[in-house]
Design a protein around this ligand. Structure first.
Ligand SMILES: NC(=O)c1ccc[n+]([C@@H]2O[C@H](COP(=O)([O-])OP(=O)(O)OC[C@H]3O[C@@H](n4cnc5c(N)ncnc54)[C@H](OP(=O)(O)O)[C@@H]3O)[C@@H](O)[C@H]2O)c1
Length: 278
């Protein structure tokens, strides 16, 4: 894999680029130019999901970009109505067909849907898919501490990643501490707060001081916090700017100022304990 960017190492020993391209809402072919701009800029990680309805486009982007498969890190996700061993196996095979890939680097349960309480069956399926080599690593999204603990207690297998809503307005300190204690890599979705954090006065002031864009300040904060991070943009120039972080540095004072932006009601997306969309 390209080494001109930071990588994280999972508890299963595999490595992943810390910064990747998010693709939610990149439909009707829009993922293809985004992937071409991203890979040209140096991205080697792409995040999609069955529910984004763009896996075929992501597969096209991967084909067209010309980067050898071994140098890419591709993530997709299992949707909520497929929480069983058999359904998860069918679902990943369908995703791989659309992606035109033999394996994904990371396969994630998209939501725990605890009201249905079938996520243990899904996890058993992902363990088998990992053992079959169709997913190199397996993890989850949107799991609260109690859901993670149940996976550990019942299967002894912890996810390598928990991909969660995480941005300066919603910093999830308690969940991140659990991840750190258990060797689970935190991955931030909606890392820019879907654009809502870009106009924050503290972020704007730091951007001015550092001669960086607000998005670069926020993404650099994620990188220095140790998060994997997957900003999405449909605009090639923004895709490039979001990767241009490696000479930027936030000092302790800047990091402390961003820490103060956390809000009790900062969540934008659904509450994992309640979300049950099928
Ligand atoms: N696991 C889950 O449940 C889950 C949930 C949500 C998202 N995700 C993943 O996380 C990825 C990122 O989250 P997200 O797409 O919700 O939100 P995000 O990356 O926080 O923000 C995307 C928004 O910011 C804008 N933007 C991006 N770069 C910018 C820049 N440099 N300057 C100004 N505006 C910029 C984009 O607009 P333009 O496109 O117009 O540039 C878009 O409106 C998703 O794409 C998806 O892959 C996972």
């Amino acid at each position: 894999m390209s080494s001109n960017q930071p990588y994280v190492t999972f508890h299963d020993g595999r490595r992943a680029p810390q910064l990747g391209l998010g693709t939610w809402k990149l439909t009707d072919g829009a993922a293809i130019p985004a992937i071409l701009a991203a890979t040209e800029a140096g991205y080697r990680s792409i995040d999609t999901a069955a529910i984004y309805h763009n896996e075929a486009d992501v597969g096209q982007g991967i084909l067209q970009c010309g980067i050898p498969r071994d140098n890419l890190f591709v993530t997709t996700k299992l949707w909520n109505d497929q929480h069983s061993i058999e359904a998860s196996k069918l679902a990943l095979r369908e995703s791989l067909d659309k992606l035109q890939l033999d394996y994904v680097d990371l396969y994630l349960i998209h939501w725990p849907v605890p009201k249905e309480n079938h996520y243990l069956g899904a996890w058993d399926g992902l363990i088998q898919l990992r053992d079959e080599g169709l997913a190199k690593s397996i993890g989850v999204c949107n799991f609260d501490i109690e859901h993670l603990q149940k996976l550990l207690d019942k299967t002894g297998v912890l996810p390598v990643v928990n991909q969660i809503e995480l941005h300066p307005y919603f910093q999830q300190a308690e969940l991140r501490a659990y991840h750190a204690d258990h060797g689970i890599q935190t991955e931030a979705w909606s890392p820019l707060g879907q654009g809502q954090v870009l106009q924050d006065p503290v972020i704007l002031e730091l951007a001015h001081q550092l001669q960086a864009s607000p998005a670069q300040v926020i993404l650099r904060w994620h990188i220095q916090m140790g998060h994997m991070v997957i900003p999405k943009s449909a605009q090639p120039q923004r895709v490039r700017d979001n990767f241009n972080l490696w000479s930027l540095h936030l000092d302790d004072d800047a990091m402390a100022r961003i820490a103060t932006l956390d809000k009790a009601d900062g969540r934008i997306g659904p509450v994992p304990a309640e979300f049950a969309l099928m």
